[in-house]
Design a protein around this ligand. Structure first.
Ligand SMILES: *[C@@H]1O[C@H](CO)[C@@H](O)[C@H](O)[C@H]1NC(C)=O
Ligand SMILES: *[C@@H]1O[C@H](CO)[C@@H](O)[C@H](O)[C@H]1NC(C)=O
Ligand SMILES: *[C@@H]1O[C@H](CO)[C@@H](O)[C@H](O)[C@H]1NC(C)=O
Ligand SMILES: *[C@@H]1O[C@H](CO)[C@@H](O)[C@H](O)[C@H]1NC(C)=O
Length: 507
């Protein structure tokens, strides 16, 4: 996957003298009052190689056109340029030529279109307005590819329902930051907003509201297509056997009845791992999920299973005895997960799982992606998971639902995903990471400002070269990048005392 994401963008401007008359100075001086200007302009995340020049060109319809280089394997698609506010049809070649040159795809196994949005994003970041409001671009040569293939954002639509509009706006912002995986933590204990065709009662009973707080098949399709057009994969997470309280409301006997003494207490625990009906349900459910979501991976969760309820249940105790598990309930968890993984394998999907599943010694398919999230001994865990030969993604240092006073983006920025002790082979197994925005204290009112531009710090760490670590240059570019988001009507919160040329106007 890493190889097919590689690309090269060469921005080449050829022009007559008549084009470079206008300079970008007044606005620049004002901006310096709040942030220094970087020699890399407002590029974010920083490309692998970039050479900016002082030769500037007016980006006007009379002097500019976009052409496909002969070498290009995927020509620019006009509709992706509409955010620059000129249409391809009226861009006429006269005095200058802009060549967007895409090449260096290693292998044809993936959709060449996938990287197109990131190239166009770089192009748009080079465009700036002069004092008359005319769009300019400087002659620039860029050679670029992402350091890590998996650059994700996790959103949680269970703790709070997230309206589709918010999800789409977030996908747009992800594209601006070159994230390419939307990890949709779609259901959890609190609610089940996913409307299943096979088991409609799951959302009918388990959503906060059966009609207003659900994702219909059409909604899900829209999210997937909107993401695809921006080069973003959608990986859904259906977390079991814990985190499933909402599932139990619409699916009788799925959860384990907890006992108080010798009688059921009326409460329910994790998925009941000892019933055949549980596996019949999972087979049908994941058959549906595997057709609804086209991505090659499904996230199966597997984190934070509370054993208290299993321990209280006499039928479970008996089963433990029969299986020879003793009092080790993690063996029961593994028994369940193993059967689930076998079920999902028959759908021809790969799976991602939270680190506990690996820690508990469950037998995993070799292509399993282990998601490391527990802080504290993260380096040790990365060492262990990659040492066992599994592909890994990192989230532990990037839990953006935690907030604090000050510039905490720097903390996220300073993370080095490969800092753990390991061989070259082990490090190659780390395919990237995800910033997680858990939803306990997040809904549509605060999602965007809480996530952006803090997640932008993670975006650069996962995209740019390892040695891109200069905090003050990052601050300068990120300030400008944040203002660009604001100019595009995205309420990204400020980094520090400052102003933007175009402030957010609210709605
Ligand atoms: C673009 O070129 C102008 C001169 O035409 C120069 O003042 C400015 O610094 C350049 N911008 C960048 C980001 O290199
Ligand atoms: C796009 O260009 C048109 C015509 O030049 C102008 O009226 C409009 O305000 C521009 N829109 C934006 C978002 O810059
Ligand atoms: C559950 O399935 C197993 C294996 O297919 C079978 O041996 C067992 O009898 C089934 N149990 C019940 C209660 O149907
Ligand atoms: C790193 O891992 C290797 C192999 O597991 C081990 O021999 C070595 O002592 C470790 N080094 C550190 C600094 O932990």
């Amino acid at each position: 996957m890493l190889t097919c994401l590689k690309f090269v963008v060469l921005l080449l401007l050829l022009s007559s003298r008549s084009c470079d008359g206008l300079q970008f100075n007044d606005i620049d001086e004002e901006v310096e009052l709040v942030a220094q200007s970087s020699r890399y302009g407002s590029l974010w995340p920083l490309p692998q190689k970039v050479q900016l020049s002082d030769v500037s060109f007016k980006l006007t319809t009379s002097s500019f056109r976009i052409v496909d280089a002969k070498e290009s394997s995927a020509g620019p698609s006009c509709k992706h340029l509409t955010f620059l506010n000129f249409s391809c049809h009226c861009v006429i070649f006269s005095t200058s030529t802009f060549v967007l040159w895409a090449t260096s795809f290693e292998g044809n196994e993936c959709d060449a279109f996938r990287d197109q949005p990131t190239r166009l994003e770089t192009f748009s970041q080079l465009v700036y307005k002069d004092e008359f409001g005319t769009k300019n671009i400087n002659q620039t040569t860029i050679s670029d590819f992402p350091r890590f293939a998996h650059r994700g954002i996790l959103l949680d639509s269970s703790r709070h329902f997230l309206p589709i509009k918010v999800i789409l706006a977030n996908l747009e912002t992800m594209a601006m930051n070159k994230f390419n995986v939307f990890h949709w933590h779609i259901v959890d204990d609190q609610s089940f907003p996913y409307l299943s065709r096979t088991f409609p009662q799951l959302s009918q009973k388990g959503a906060y509201h059966p009609y207003t707080h659900v994702y219909t098949p059409a909604d899900v399709k829209m999210v997937i297509e909107f993401a695809r057009l921006r080069g973003i994969r959608v990986v859904p997470e259906y977390d079991t056997p814990g985190h499933t309280q909402s599932w139990g409301k619409g699916q009788a006997d799925l959860l384990t009845p907890c006992y108080a003494g010798s009688k059921p207490s009326g409460a329910f625990g994790p998925v009941n791992p000892i019933l055949n009906t549980t596996y019949d349900f999972m087979t049908q459910f994941f058959k549906e999920i595997s057709t609804v979501f086209p991505d090659a991976y499904i996230h199966l969760g597997g984190d934070e299973v509370d054993f208290t309820c299993w321990k209280s249940n006499p039928d479970i105790q008996k089963f433990m005895e029969q299986q020879g598990f003793g009092q080790d309930y993690s063996k029961l968890e593994s028994f369940y997960i193993q059967k689930l993984l076998n079920i999902v394998s028959t759908t021809n999907k790969g799976y991602m799982i939270w680190q506990e599943v690996f820690d508990n010694g469950v037998k995993l398919k070799p292509d399993t992606v282990v998601h490391v999230w527990i802080g504290g001994a993260t380096d040790e865990e990365m060492h262990k998971v990659t040492g066992a030969g599994y592909t890994t993604i990192l989230s532990a240092p990037w839990y953006l639902d935690y907030i604090s006073y000050g510039q905490d983006w720097q903390k996220y920025y300073k993370v080095e995903p490969l800092s753990f002790n390991g061989t070259e082979e082990q490090k190659k197994l780390v395919i990237g990471g995800e910033a997680c925005l858990w939803g306990e204290y997040v809904d549509a009112t605060n999602l965007t400002p809480r996530l952006w531009p803090r997640a932008s710090a993670v975006a650069e760490r996962l995209w740019s070269a390892k040695d891109v670590t200069d905090i003050s240059d990052a601050f300068n570019r990120l300030s400008a990048h944040r203002c660009r988001m604001v100019e595009r009507d995205i309420p990204a919160e400020p980094l520090f005392s400052s102003y933007c040329p175009h402030e957010y106007k609210g709605v």
